[in-house]
Design a protein around this ligand. Structure first.
Ligand SMILES: C[S@@+](CC[C@H](N)C(=O)[O-])C[C@H]1O[C@@H](n2cnc3c(N)ncnc32)[C@H](O)[C@@H]1O
Length: 231
């Protein structure tokens, strides 16, 4: 499928998610894995940060509180998510939201000192192009941090595939290889377990039962990072 048609399908899908209020629900679901990631990043007061696939912008607003002398931008291919993000951030001068894709980030070269992305990268139609764009918009020594719950090494998420729009189910080693291929240095990866207590009973559609949900959370989300080399 050509790029424009592919992006349009994804835009419609995530606009539906926004209309169903899922943008808000994701904050609750992703916060327990986001907080340890933010701690590892260790922001400086004046960092300029980009979030790719920002949904309704909850993480952008949270990061803004960690970089009091900096700024934070969020991009998302869903115009509905961006509309919601702007509404929820009214009056906050430090944050900015733009419609855009990972594969075509609407910012000039070397605009940011950090880039983050949570639960988005496996949807990017061309993950290598997305990582290459992130490298382009980072300044020298800037760092990229990608956190995902859907990856090959955690078998208890594989059943999500048919429930999601088209995705890439890559392993940690494959993500790290892509980071290196596009030019990142200091590439590493680790797991972030979700310490939220799992319910005794599970009746949702993402896991077979509470035992599988518990295993999935204990395995943890995959965090991959890399740094833009100095010239
Ligand atoms: C599961 S949601 C996560 C949203 C947010 N990061 C959060 O944790 O609440 C995935 C988001 O990635 C966005 N997305 C998917 N593919 C994208 C792409 N190629 N470029 C930019 N955003 C994308 C979707 O529109 C959606 O808002």
């Amino acid at each position: 499928m050509e790029e424009a048609a592919r992006d349009e399908n994804l835009r419609l899908e995530f606009n539906r998610w926004a209309a169903e209020g899922k943008g808000r629900g994701m904050e609750h679901e992703h916060l327990p894995i986001a907080l340890p990631m933010l701690e590892r990043i260790g922001f400086r007061d004046d960092d300029s940060v980009l979030e790719v696939g920002c949904g309704n912008g909850w993480l952008v607003r949270l990061i803004a509180s960690l970089v009091p002398d900096g700024r934070v931008a969020g991009i998302d291919l869903s115009d509905q998510m961006i509309r919601e993000a702007r509404e929820l951030s009214a009056g906050q001068d430090q944050v900015q939201f733009e419609v855009g894709t990972a594969e075509r980030i609407p910012f000039p070269d070397a605009s940011f000192t950090r880039a983050v992305s949570i639960e988005s990268a496996y949807y990017w139609p061309d993950p290598a192009a997305g990582l290459g764009e992130i490298l382009r918009v980072l300044g020298p020594a800037g760092s990229a941090w990608i956190l995902i719950n859907y990856y090959r090494d955690n078998h208890d998420c594989h059943q999500w595939g048919p429930l999601l729009p088209p995705t890439h189910l890559l392993s940690a080693a494959e993500w790290a290889k892509l980071f290196r291929k596009v030019g990142f240095a200091g590439v590493g990866h680790d797991r972030i377990p979700d310490l939220t207590p799992a319910p005794e009973e599970y009746s949702g559609r993402w896991f077979r039962d509470a035992a599988q949900l518990r295993r999935f959370r204990a395995e943890g989300a995959l965090l991959i990072w890399g740094t833009r080399p100095l010239p």
